[in-house]
Design a protein around this ligand. Structure first.
Ligand SMILES: *Cc1c(COP(=O)(O)O)cnc(C)c1O
Length: 431
């Protein structure tokens, strides 16, 4: 697999090198030059295959020239130790639950995969020892958890001051291999800092660091598996001729970009619905072709409050900037807090289903834009118990967490920095 930068001004690199760099020297994101297509026979059989079997075939196709099949099988089976089940809401509408991993978000799959890939790509050097991740929600916890078992791994989690609850911070800040860095700024500030520091990695304090965000292909590409699983389950439930539409909650657009990649690999999905909150940079892009990143608005779906979504660069790259082609594959919708709350109440009344504010948007887009002859699958990215306070306020019920792990309430290793690359470099250089 050969990678190019979405900015087109850096040399092409191997997959291992791209993963080690995290981001290209020209500031672009890495993309595979070519996405391999899966054979027709695979799609004929996919509805009879298990999640792990599907993941193996998809990953062997993607990474077969980078790693041996035996290693790929190990990584797949280590990473996917939880179910990704489909649920029927009614008639032609379904949800796919991506939140049964250890930290109860869809991010577990990519983070666990990334840990496996790093361990096997370059065991001799220091790749995978220092991971830096910007988070406005639970991405930090997922990455921290995924690297728990990697010997010598250190995870640096940057998060915006004031955005995360104590419980969320505890999920990473109390772990021994984690340094928590609270930034006096927004999620976008955290993300920009990480990109700047990684860009200077060759010379600066961030040498040997790689990104744990979806800007890193080792975390991004595994999300493709979810779409093959969605398709497999939907065909099993609704029949081989089902016209499948997948509704995706969008923030940094990593998940949606993975969905579009799955389509390029041959997955016969009819189209995607991109569900956004009031941070509608991508919806605007689809409408006008203009790309106007801006400061994120604070909404009740905090995990999607991104004003400058990184993976837009990958989406534009994949479609060569052809807006019409992109519009054939994706429709974008943006929802207000009132609409999110209304959908949460609707889901509870109609289906007794507590749903997180993020996932409510994916439901809403599906409910409103599915044609009668189509089969809809809304991706559910976070366990509703993670948003118990919001749910209590909106539907009057706070769902319980299926497993409760005790994290010590005190965290000692939090560092506080202003949103400047200099401050971050100093913290990273500290022993
Ligand atoms: C990270 C996250 C999102 C945004 O996902 P992207 O792939 O970055 O678009 C949405 N919902 C939840 C719950 C998340 O944690």
């Amino acid at each position: 697999m050969i990678l190019h930068s979405t900015n087109g001004k850096s040399p092409k690199v191997s997959f291992a090198e791209g993963v080690a760099n995290g981001i290209a020297p020209d500031g672009g994101l890495y993309m595979p030059d070519e996405l391999p297509r899966l054979p027709q026979a695979f799609f004929r059989n996919i509805s009879e295959m298990s999640l792990n079997e599907i993941a193996f075939v998809v990953c062997d196709t993607l990474f077969g020239n980078v790693l041996s099949s035996a290693v790929i099988k190990r990584i797949v089976d280590d990473a996917i130790s939880f179910p990704v089940p489909l649920h029927q809401l009614d008639g032609n509408r379904y949800t796919l639950e991506l939140f049964h991993g250890p930290t109860m978000t869809f991010k577990d799959l990519g983070a666990r995969f990334m840990a496996g890939l790093l361990a096997h790509l370059d065991p001799g050097r220091h790749l995978g020892r220092k991971i830096i991740v910007a988070t406005g929600d639970d991405g930090g916890a997922a990455v921290a958890d995924a690297f728990r078992a990697t010997p010598g791994a250190q995870v640096f989690v940057l998060y915006p001051a004031g955005d995360l609850s104590e419980a969320q911070i505890s999920r990473f800040a109390t772990l021994h291999h984690v340094k928590a860095i609270e930034v006096a700024g927004s999620f976008d500030d955290c993300q920009t800092l990480v990109k700047e520091v990684l860009r200077d990695a060759a010379s600066g304090a961030a040498r040997n660091f790689t990104s744990g965000n979806s800007i890193n292909l080792a975390r991004e590409l595994p999300a493709i598996i979810y779409f093959f699983q969605a398709y497999s389950c939907a065909v099993r439930a609704a029949g081989r001729n089902a016209k499948i539409v997948i509704s995706v909650p969008c923030g940094n657009l990593g998940t949606l970009a993975a969905g579009l990649m799955s389509k390029m690999m041959g997955l016969p999905v009819r189209r995607f619905l991109a569900a956004n909150n009031s941070n509608d940079v991508f919806v605007e892009y689809l409408k006008t072709g203009g790309l106007k990143p801006r400061n994120a608005l604070v909404t009740m779906a905090r995990a999607m409050d991104v004003g400058n979504p990184s993976n837009i660069a990958r989406i534009i790259d994949m479609y060569n900037g052809d807006l019409q082609l992109l519009r054939n594959d994706v429709e974008g919708y943006a929802y207000t807090d009132e609409e999110i709350a209304e959908t949460m109440r609707e889901a509870f009344i109609r289906h007794t289903m507590p749903v997180s504010p993020q996932d409510a948007m994916a439901l809403r887009a599906m409910n409103r834009h599915l044609a009668p002859d189509e089969t809809g699958v809304a991706l559910m990215g976070a366990h509703p118990s993670k948003f118990a306070t919001t749910l209590k306020a909106v539907i009057g019920v706070s769902p319980a967490a299926p497993l409760s792990e005790d994290f010590p309430a005190k965290h000692s290793r939090i560092m506080h920095i202003p949103p400047t690359p200099g401050a971050l470099s100093r913290v990273l250089a500290m022993k």
